[in-house]
Design a protein around this ligand. Structure first.
Ligand code: FEO
Ligand code: CA
Ligand code: CA
Ligand code: CA
Length: 652
């Protein structure tokens, strides 16, 4: 059809009602299959998972980790991309009650020393899995046990540091005196991927795993490194300080003067990055420090154009934190695109684009415009100083800027957001969508902030927002339901136009700004994926991680789909999905009790939609066809594959 005359894409399924059961509910004509739950083994060197299995470090290191989150697919052979691929999956964190169910729970969870083997097991339940999956003749999916590609990365796997922080004094540790190695990755949440065929595992809530009880540094406070006891008390497994070794003592970064074996003061500075993994070869993973150091939710490549820089968007998921854009110095060369099956040094290509570039923070203005502000030593802060001077750094200290990314963003005047979670990019228009999940510490204009987390609103530099007044893209105080925003880059790559795409709400809310109904009410948008269907058409998929009772009283977390209307440039709108599209914001799937729904993509032929069910309460249960729960089970996060019963494309 000629441009402008083609029929808009239509969602050809009926929006489903909310659900509060121990099952994944999908529309009529669709089926959902559970695949690769926590504890499924990758190779036959360890025993098969069973309800009563007592997990060990060795079994866990050779099996799927816990709490699946972001994921992506990597084809093995041209022509079979939709039937066989490597699936890289983030294992964000752990459910100790499920992990230690046969033993009645974890030992010394809150006080006293944790047993070493329990901590080793928990360390191995975090990180990333690469698993070979295949579609069978009968249309079901399965894993390839003992595939040479199956692999785990854990919170103990040795990794490289690259980019400005690598080799700097900030990164020198007892483990890595030259500051070029790190141990492990953790809290890998939403994911990323690159055009050259690598996976990005993004480090989100890592600060809580480290403890620092004295001599705290600016970034320890800004990012929230623990005092007292770490999230799971791993540092306590080190036992007697005179016998401390790297394995567990590294989680306590306090510079103890009496420590006979040296200290671990810089350990946490090897965390907070984008971690690049080559799923095809299993070469040592690389932490790409040029892309900033914060609580990275995920990472999404922008529209790819030959001869132009490669762009990645990411968000810092914390209240009143920022959205960032990384712009490579190297121009994109299509010769660097992934070739499945080819023997390519993908991490060398990664170094070309991801180790040398400029990180920017977003400022959203009230008029629907915005600007990307560079985080470089010479950048001019909002109060007219050089950024390196304002941070107290040397003139050439880009490593220091990266270590203090959030303070640098404060000083430049970034716009504090309602907890940025996932992004998604329309590959045709380049429009970028991002979920702002909710923000309990968003105040009304002119209201004095209240400090629900204690302490002060500013850090020692006099900047930083633990509370912030409402602003254009974050217009609701005490925002419980969240919103999805979108923006379009201007020709200069520096300015952009933005609008709110849709506001979450319960249908009965007075601030139901997008007119949602029982059939599409949602809150706390988190996962997001732009599903390109060709000819400039696409479906935006939205997943929720819900804490808002007006919606949770009606339904568990869910997957919605919408066909976006074009973004009108510079129209100054603060809203909203237009009327014709709003009819098309439809609920496609609902998860089991207690879960969040995350991690989403479809096979290239669009016949299988992969999602992850994280922290379910009692699932995968023995669920019969009527979707009723039978008894209680040891819950396991898992991937779910949704397909049409007739094998056709999803949603259309
Ligand atoms: Fe791990 Fe921001 O979700
Ligand atoms: Ca998330
Ligand atoms: Ca979330
Ligand atoms: Ca989560």
């Amino acid at each position: 059809a000629a441009p402008g005359s083609k029929k808009p894409l239509t969602l050809a399924f009926e929006s489903i009602l909310g659900s509060k059961t121990d099952a994944v509910v999908v529309p009529e004509g669709y089926k959902a299959q559970v695949l690769i739950p926590w504890g499924e083994r990758l190779n036959s060197s360890v025993v098969e998972w069973s309800e009563g299995l007592e997990m060990t470090p060795e079994i866990q290191a050779n099996s799927l980790g816990m709490n699946h989150d972001g994921m992506y697919h990597f084809p093995l052979n041209p022509g079979s991309e939709s039937r066989e691929f490597l699936l890289a999956i983030n294992h964000e964190y752990i459910e100790q009650s499920a992990l230690w169910a046969p033993q009645g729970g974890p030992t010394n969870a809150r006080s006293g020393n944790r047993p070493a083997d329990e901590v080793r097991t928990e360390i191995n339940a975090h990180g990333v899995a690469v698993v070979h999956v295949k579609k069978q003749e009968d249309g079901t999916w399965s894993t390839v046990l003992d595939s040479r590609y199956n692999r785990r990365y854990t919170n103990a796997t040795e990794m490289e540091l690259a980019g400005p922080v690598a080799g700097s004094d900030y990164a020198k540790t007892r483990f890595s005196p030259d500051g070029r190695l790190a141990r492990g990755t953790t809290n890998n949440c939403g994911n990323g991927y690159t055009p050259w065929g690598t996976y990005l595992a993004c480090e989100e809530n890592w600060p809580g795993y480290f403890v620092r009880n004295s001599d705290r540094q600016l970034d320890d406070d800004r990012l929230g490194v623990s005092t007292g006891r770490g999230r799971y008390g791993w540092e306590t497994a080190a036992g007697d300080p005179s016998e401390q070794d790297d394995e567990f003592a590294r989680f306590d970064t306090t510079p103890y003067a009496a420590d006979a074996t040296g200290d671990y003061r810089n350990e946490a500075r090897a965390y907070g990055y984008q971690v690049e993994i080559d799923p095809y070869t299993g070469r040592r993973a690389v932490k790409r420090t040029a892309m900033g150091r914060f609580r990275h939710e995920g990472c999404w490549p922008g529209k790819l154009e030959p001869g132009k820089p490669v762009v990645f968007y990411s968000g810092h998921d914390a209240r009143n934190e920022y959205i960032y854009k990384y712009v490579s110095r190297a121009a994109w060369s299509p010769a660097d695109a992934n070739r499945p099956g080819a023997n390519i040094d993908r991490l060398a290509i990664g170094a070309k684009y991801l180790d040398d570039g400029i990180l920017h923070v977003a400022r959203f203005d009230e008029d629907g415009r915005g600007e990307w502000l560079p985080l470089t030593p010479d950048a001019i802060t909002r109060d007219g100083r050089r950024l390196h001077e304002a941070l107290g750094l040397a003139a050439d200290d880009q490593a220091g800027i990266i270590i203090h990314t959030c303070d640098a963003a404060d000083l430049m005047g970034g716009t504090p957001m309602d907890r940025p979670e996932w992004g998604a990019v329309d590959p045709t228009s380049g429009d970028v969508y991002m979920t702002m999940t909710n923000n309990t510490q968003r105040t009304a204009e002119g209201t004095a902030p209240t400090y629900t987390n204690g302490g002060s609103d500013v850090d020692e530099l006099g900047v930083g927002f633990r509370t912030a007044p409402v602003n254009g893209p974050n217009p609701r105080e005490s925002n419980r339901a969240g919103q999805v925003i979108r923006w379009r880059e201007g020709a200069d790559g520096v300015h952009f136009d933005w609008e709110v795409f849709v506001f979450g709400a319960a249908a009965s809310d007075t601030d139901n700004l997008s007119g949602l109904t029982e059939l599409n009410q949602f809150a706390s948008p988190d996962g997001l994926w732009f599903d390109d269907r060709g000819n400039g058409d696409g479906i935006l998929w939205i997943q929720t991680d819900n804490g808002y009772s007006n919606v949770t009283s009606y339904t568990n977390d869910q997957v919605l789909a919408v066909v976006p209307a074009a973004l009108e440039r510079g129209d100054g709108d603060t809203a909203v999905v237009n009327a014709s599209n709003q009819q098309q914001l439809k609920r496609f799937a609902v998860g089991p009790n207690g879960c969040e729904v995350t991690g989403i993509f479809a096979t290239p032929d669009k016949t299988a939609l992969f999602i992850n069910i994280q922290h379910p309460g009692n699932w995968p249960a023995a669920v019969d066809a009527s979707r009723e729960t039978e008894g209680s089970v040891r819950p396991r996060a898992a991937t779910v594959v949704i397909q049409r019963e007739d094998g056709g494309p999803i949603a259309v």
